[in-house]
Design a protein around this ligand. Structure first.
Ligand code: APR
Ligand code: PHB
Length: 391
């Protein structure tokens, strides 16, 4: 087979880029290791920055998001029972975020790809990248049953998540990896219950962090910080709800509607960046190149800026013969990635309980929260990062 851009990974990054390029007449093939059902079964965060929202619209995939997504003008931070609003609109001069589940937007992207007869090949095995930094064009191979299929292309996009083969195809003496692993995870529960609050609540307490989020007015998503040694089986639904309540302000806990979990999982928290994001004709995007802890919901939104820069770089290359956007891709993408890393690390450090915390650290953390809510400058900084820095 032959295509212009071979995209490895059919998550939001790969699908979005494929859809955007196809609309401009640039051919792509997407290779996905899993079935579509599997990809759509993954529950991930659901807060979209304006930049992502605009990309969905440009990709002609924004209809359901615009109809069903909820616009959020602020979020709450609770500190040992005291709840205060970060007013996004007020502190950013009118910006907001949209709450719309990643599962739903991935479904929208698949449907859009289907409508345009986009080529998305599922259940591919043994994907391998070849000739990435040679004078001759690159190619990708995969196995389908007993057959090895070869795809010749101009560029390879590694949008295959943290565990995919693309990043690993960059030689060790070229790739630099920066990582921070946090000593806790998030236990998440999805339940068919009315959300406890119209806006999200990020709750810090002596017993650990908790988050009240939502997917819609009948679907809630809650998380609590747990030790890395905990297993999902250790947590009955009742134990989860009881612990969540202890970490919320009393009046919020009192009105929390509980119910059976429809999904329950534990995710470790990690900050990770791989540099550079380009090697020859390979470009990394999304989780393949960077991971953020979920506090602040920057994962998908950081993938969005990669896709934006790559999309425009590809357009300039194919439509204007101008390679400068692709040349500067890694540098531009990483500059924004590190700012999102900083913000996610800051929110994580501010709101979680760390096992080796001293009394001094605790006091500093309280002072930081106190400062945040006493200063318009600090609130503006938090708000402009939460709604998303410009691309
Ligand atoms: N071959 C083909 N596809 C692969 C391979 C492989 N060897 N390995 C992984 N993949 C696929 C995964 O199955 C997955 O569907 O690549 C896809 C990567 O998708 P995501 O992990 O969702 O990453 P990305 O598309 O960059 O999405 C950005 O934002 O909220 C965050 O982490 C969250 O997934 C989210 C991310
Ligand atoms: C979610 O709804 O899953 C969610 C929301 C906000 C976050 C993280 C996760 O910061």
């Amino acid at each position: 087979m032959k295509t212009q851009v071979c995209i490895i990974g059919g998550g939001p990054s790969g699908l979005m880029l494929s859809q955007l390029l196809h609309l401009k007449g640039i051919e792509t093939i997407v290779l996905e290791r899993q079935s579509r059902e599997y990809v759509l079964g993954r529950i991930r965060a659901g807060v979209l920055e304006r930049g992502f929202v605009e990309l969905m619209r440009e990709a002609q995939c924004g209809e359901r998001m615009d109809a069903e997504g909820e616009i959020h003008h602020g979020f709450y931070i609770s500190d040992n029972g005291t709840m205060r609003l970060v007013d996004l609109e007020k502190h950013t001069g009118g910006s907001s975020v949209v709450v719309y589940g990643q599962t739903e937007l991935t479904r929208d992207l698949y449907e859009a790809r289907d409508k345009m007869n986009g080529k998305v090949i599922h259940n591919v095995e043994d994907v391998a990248l070849h000739n990435l930094n040679e004078a001759t064009p690159p190619y990708v191979t995969y196995r389908s049953g007993d057959d090895i299929v070869r795809i010749d292309c101009d560029f390879v996009i590694g949008a295959d998540g943290f565990h995919g083969p693309s990043r690993k195809a960059i030689p060790k003496d070229v790739l630099r990896e920066y990582e921070k692993v946090y000593p806790f995870g998030w236990l998440g529960v999805l339940s068919r219950t009315k959300p406890v609050n119209p806006e999200l609540i990020y709750a810090s307490s002596d017993r650990g962090f908790a988050l009240c989020s939502l997917r819609s007015q009948v679907l809630s998503r809650y998380y609590i910080q747990v030790p890395l040694t905990d297993q999902v089986e250790d947590w009955s639904d009742d134990a989860f709800w009881d612990e969540l309540k202890t970490r919320l302000p009393d009046d919020v806990a009192a009105r929390l509607e509980t119910g059976p979990s429809i999904e329950k999982s534990i995710a470790p928290l990690r900050s990770f960046v791989a540099e550079p994001m380009r090697y020859g004709n390979l470009f990394l995007a999304g989780d393949a190149a960077h991971i953020v802890p979920p506090t602040g919901a920057k994962g998908l939104n950081t993938a969005a800026s990669d896709i934006y820069y790559l999309y425009h770089g590809m357009l300039d290359h194919y439509l204007k013969g101008d390679g400068s956007g692709l040349e500067s891709y890694s540098e531009k993408a990483l500059a924004r990635v590190w700012k999102a890393q900083r913000f996610s690390w800051w929110m994580t450090s501010l709101l979680h309980t760390f096992p080796d915390t001293t009394a001094f650290d605790q006091k500093l953390r309280s002072a930081e929260i106190g400062y945040l809510f006493s200063s318009d400058a600090a609130l503006s900084s938090a708000a402009e990062n939460y709604v998303g820095l410009p691309f």
